[in-house]
Design a protein around this ligand. Structure first.
Ligand SMILES: [Zn+2]
Length: 209
């Protein structure tokens, strides 16, 4: 019997933590049955890069592909979860110690999964991919990379470079995963971002088994 699916997306909540400077996540009920309305109705307002989401190349590449051009093979299929115990940034040297291959879908579990998501404010010291690690991933030709906090690049460190390198290389990026319940190894991945036309990113639900 197959193991149950595990949800590795972060719950979307009103007022949840977001990248500093990005629009707030607002989730409000505009019609309430308890107030006599015939149905409940929720209004959503947030950046496309809220919670668990994907980055399309268009995020940092002016003429890059947009969300609806995402190939399903980038987000459905076998993936490998690596656990890295980096204290600061993931470097190319860290990645040279693990086995990466062309066309692979890889998710990186770091201390972010347990630490950053349990904080009440944005974690500026989350573990991110240093530019040389981004270049190494591009050189290896991986297809998809998932990380366990809100950005592949750091806060005030390599944020722009890491995105430019990876999105420029055509790597599809999943950000904002919570891998705290996931052991390293091989999994079946299903990640379905919203079909936002022309968008540079989109919220997604991600499950593993
Ligand atoms: Zn993003």
């Amino acid at each position: 019997m197959k193991r149950p699916w595990k949800d590795v997306s972060t719950p979307l909540r009103d007022g949840m933590i977001h990248w500093p400077g990005d629009p707030e996540c607002k989730i409000t009920r505009v019609n309430r049955m308890e107030d006599g309305a015939v149905c409940n109705l929720t209004h959503l307002s947030m950046s496309a890069h809220t919670g668990t989401h994907m980055d399309a190349p268009r995020h940092f590449i002016a003429d890059g592909m947009t969300m609806e051009q995402l190939p399903f093979e980038a987000v459905i299929g076998r993936c490998r979860v690596f656990e890295l115990d980096c204290a600061d940034q993931i470097t190319a040297d860290d990645l040279k110690k693990i086995r990466l291959s062309s066309g692979q879908r890889v998710l990186f579990k770091t201390r972010n999964s347990t630490r950053s998501w349990s904080m009440n404010e944005f974690d500026k010291d989350f573990v991110s991919l240093r530019a040389d690690a981004a270049q190494y991933l591009a050189d290896q030709g991986v297809m998809t990379v998932g990380v366990d906090y809100l950005s592949i690049g750091g806060f005030n460190k390599d944020g722009v470079e890491t995105h430019q390198i990876m999105l420029g290389a055509g790597i599809w990026v999943i950000e904002g995963l919570n891998l705290s319940d996931i052991k390293p190894g091989y999994y079946e991945l299903i990640c379905l971002p919203l079909r936002l036309e022309g968008a540079d990113g989109a919220p997604c639900r991600v499950v593993l088994r």
